[in-house]
Each structure stands twice: as C-alpha cells, then as structure tokens.
Design a protein around this ligand. Structure first.
Ligand SMILES: C[S@@+](CC[C@H](N)C(=O)[O-])C[C@H]1O[C@@H](n2cnc3c(N)ncnc32)[C@H](O)[C@@H]1O
Length: 315
C-alpha cells in the first residue's frame, strides 16, 4: 500500500502521522482500571481507560454523559452463538426481543456519546430455520454454537433471509439515531458453504450511526484502493490471530484488527475515548490503545474479561 503524506497506513501499522506528516511513533498507552462489576456510583474517569465486567446497559449507567467520541462494536448476533453466560444478549427466542434489548442498551450508548459522536455497528444476518429447533454443530467451534434455533419469526417463511442488520438499524433510526452509511464488509477469505441454491455468503454489514446530524469524521484518515476516497465496500480478510496478538483462541467471534483500527481512526482523534459495550476479546480496545486513544470496554463474561487483560498485557 502506498501512503500519501496525509494518510495513516491503518491496515497494518501506521507509518506516517496524519496531522504532521512525520514518521508515526507508537503512542504511550493510557493506563487502565478494571471493575469486576458495574459501578453503583458515577465513575470518575480521571485520565484512564476502563474495563468493566457486566451487562452493557447496566455498566454504562455509571459512565458520565457525553464523554465517548466513537463506538466500535459487534453485539452478539441473534441466536447464533452461546457465550456461556446468563443474561447474555442474543439468546432471545423472539427476534423482536433481541432488537428491543440492543436498542435499549443503545439508549445508554447515546447518553455517554458526545453530541458529535458516532457508532460503527457490525451485525450479522441469518436464515430462518423452517421451525427446525435443532442446529447442526458449528464445525469451527463445536462448543459455542447455540444448540437450538429460535422459531421462525412471524411473517417469515422457511429459508427466508431474516435481514437482522436492517431490522436493527431501522429500530435504532426510529429511536432517534441517524443511519449515515451501510458498509459491506466483504470477506475475500470467507468459508465455503454447503448450500447449493443461493450464492455463498461472503459479507457482513457495518452501519455508521451518528447521534446528531453533524459529527466528527476524518475523511483523510483512511484511503480506499488507488488513493481514492474510502467507499462503502471494504475488502478485509477475517484474521485468525496468532500468539503475541493476545490469546483470542478462547473467543469464538473475533473482529479483524484491521477493521477495528480503520473505524477508530476515522471517527476519533488521539486522546479521545473509544467505547465497545460488547468487548468480546477486546479487539476494539487494543486498536484504540495502539492508536493512542483512551477506551472503555464492557464485557459480560468474566472469562473474556480475563482474555482482554491477557491481550492487553501481551502487546
Ligand atoms: C460478537 S462478540 C464481540 C467480539 C469482539 N468484537 C471481538 O473482536 O472480540 C459479543 C460479545 O458480547 C458479550 N455479551 C453478551 N451479552 C452481553 C451483554 N448483555 N452485555 C455485555 N456484553 C455481552 C459476549 O460475551 C461476547 O463476548
């Protein structure tokens, strides 16, 4: 990839500072504090980053208004994976309950966002089961697929593509969010599928949402191919991460670091606070730290919180 003097090379390691044009130096990471349960009193953020073990909405309730610049997140997809913990989002039998739960958590997200803040929301789609309750084992991760499938949502038919990302996005729009872009994350290395009556699915959806009409957006932070302005189709491989990138083998749904870095860089500046309310293995938090941002991460499963700590310690 070639790099103009105004562009940070984000898909690997930045080589040039976007604001000065000087060689890029890995910024000093902000120290972080860990809370093993949502705080009952308002949290004083000082100058730190924050890792909270708890439910997204409950944990954010103690964060002050308007402190977060951008959110990069991937909530659990509807009824796809079992993250092995009570109260997890995504296990709802009814699609409407799932959508309502995420929209409710996003009310807290909106409160903690600055008025010029944004959200990158990655959500996966799925097909109806035709009322088959049994799910074939996930070959990549046998332990972690939901064992049962939810009933077919009312109004849909067997084998229908559900359209979960847009159903959620429209509910968020209804709740007051601006939908500013639908990005297609194309995965050139997508796994083959065994189906023979439709094209193999090789993409997921990422929405750019904003809290207001005008918001912070660094148009030159990332360029598309051939130095063109970034477009809405992003070709990014899924990344099996290796030792040294943190121990992510224990998490079944890790976002590519290239994706998280790109989002963080476009909608925040160094020193700003980046949030992931469904932090998983901590990809967004690591991306934020590596790019000199502060971060707030919330994750319900304590073993994933341990995973995040190990990831932060290993780099
Ligand atoms: C799709 S994964 C996120 C993966 C993450 N982007 C990464 O790269 O590792 C969703 C995460 O949300 C967590 N989770 C489920 N319900 C939650 C809730 N109510 N509040 C906070 N986290 C939750 C799950 O344990 C899981 O780790």
């Amino acid at each position: 990839m070639t790099t103009s003097h105004r562009t940070v090379q984000l898909d690997l390691v930045p080589v040039v500072d976007a604001s000065t044009g000087s060689p890029w130096v890995q910024p000093e990471a902000f120290a972080h504090r860990r809370l093993d349960a949502p705080a009952t009193r308002p949290v004083d953020l000082h100058d730190e980053s924050l890792l909270i073990c708890g439910d997204a909405a409950e944990a954010l309730a103690a964060i002050p208004d308007g402190v977060v610049q951008t959110v990069v997140t991937s909530p659990p997809y509807w009824s796809l994976r079992d993250y092995g913990i009570e109260m997890q989002t995504g296990r709802d039998d009814e699609l409407g309950d799932y959508v309502a739960k995420v929209v409710e958590a996003f009310e807290e997200v909106r409160r903690v966002l600055r008025n010029d803040g944004t959200v990158w929301l990655n959500v996966g789609d799925s097909y109806t089961s035709g009322n088959r309750r049994y799910r074939a084992p996930d070959r990549k991760n046998r332990a972690r697929a939901m064992a049962v499938r939810p009933p077919t949502p009312r109004g849909l038919k067997p084998k229908d593509l559900i359209g979960v990302p847009w159903r959620l996005a429209l509910a968020l729009q209804e709740a007051g969010w601006w939908i500013r872009a639908e990005v297609i994350w194309h995965k050139p290395n997508a796994h083959p599928e065994s189906v023979r009556d439709r094209p193999t699915r090789a993409h997921e959806t990422i929405f750019l949402l904003s809290k207001s009409q005008n918001y912070y957006y660094r148009i030159d932070a990332v360029q598309g191919p051939n130095q063109r302005r970034l477009r809405t189709v992003w070709d990014l491989n899924t990344e099996p991460r290796r030792a040294g990138d943190g121990d992510v083998a224990g998490h079944p749904a890790v976002m590519p670091m290239t994706l998280a870095r790109r989002c963080v860089a476009i909608t925040s500046a160094p020193g700003a606070i980046v949030l992931d309310p469904y932090a998983g293995s901590g990809t967004t938090l690591l991306a934020a730290r590596d790019l000199g941002r502060r971060w707030i991460g919330v994750e319900l499963n304590p073993s994933f919180v341990e995973l995040i700590e190990r990831g932060l310690g290993s780099r």
